[in-house]
Design a protein around this ligand. Sequence first.
Ligand code: CAA
Length: 288
Amino acid sequence: MRVMDITRVCVVGGGTMGNGIAHVFALKGFETTLVEAKKELADKALATIAGNLDRQAAKGVIAATDKDAALARLKTALSPAQAKGFHLAVEAVSENLELKKRIFRDLDEAAAPGAILATNTSSLPVTELASVVKDPSRVIGMHFMNPVPVMKLVEIIRGLQTSDETHAAIHALTLKLGKTPALAKDFPGFISNRVLMPMINEAITCLHEGVSSREDIDTIMKLGMAHPMGPLQLADYIGLDVCLAIMGVLHEGFGDSKYRPSPLLKQMVQAGRLGVKSGAGFYDYPKK
Ligand code: CAA
């Protein structure tokens, strides 16, 4: 599949990442189908996209007519089979390898001939996901960053069998979306999370050891290193369960104790303090 042949896109999963990805494809002119297993979840994702498009229109980032055109290009479906005939799929469901493999098998059946199957996984092996489809050369990682409509990066991950043609198409497509591609090979955590998560984990260890307060740790990294959010605030934003799962992938994947998850991170997850989404993490997020 060449980039100019990609006009119909299927995004699987309407959560934070999936709705952001569908938002960007629809805004950039692609016929986009968002797949969610339940109608209520699909409706919720559409409402979130409409709200974020309003936010962009209110700020003058897009015109009001762009919002209407994007929404007109966006459909929902309850399964990949219903979305049939797409040229590119981007899977963005939760980080569960067995679930993702099942979805990849379904996408393989429903895709147009030669379609590219991409995963937005933040750390699971692209090569292993590719092993369940007929042609693993057409599988690739397309790792978007949260919030997707705002963040410029797409980390592209080549699995062991990803072809040059697939990589070239996804590189060009990323530029078409107005984003910047950066390439990584398929090793645990790729580049983004191999570098980011140990920093977050170390900040949590500093808090656990009483080296500093949560506010001062975040202030040091925000003002000292020009990060938009401090590491503890960012961990809450990403989700502490997600951070713990990624540290687990690094720890197991490299078998190196330097990736040991902080006991405090584990305990926060055990307590259900998952960050912004649960209303509390290192900070509190009272319902508005
Ligand atoms: N959709 C559309 N626009 C959005 C948006 C969304 N979902 N979320 C924020 N925005 C826009 C706002 O409208 C605003 O626009 P203007 O600049 O035109 O005013 C802009 O983004 C900034 O938002 P806010 O004013 O609300 O707040 P802010 O200035 O504090 O910025 C932030 C918020 C963009 C999230 C910023 O704090 C930031 O960049 N944080 C770091 C984010 C980050 O590191 N993301 C990567 C996480 S790691 C990951 O995603 C991958 C992984 O595998 C774990």
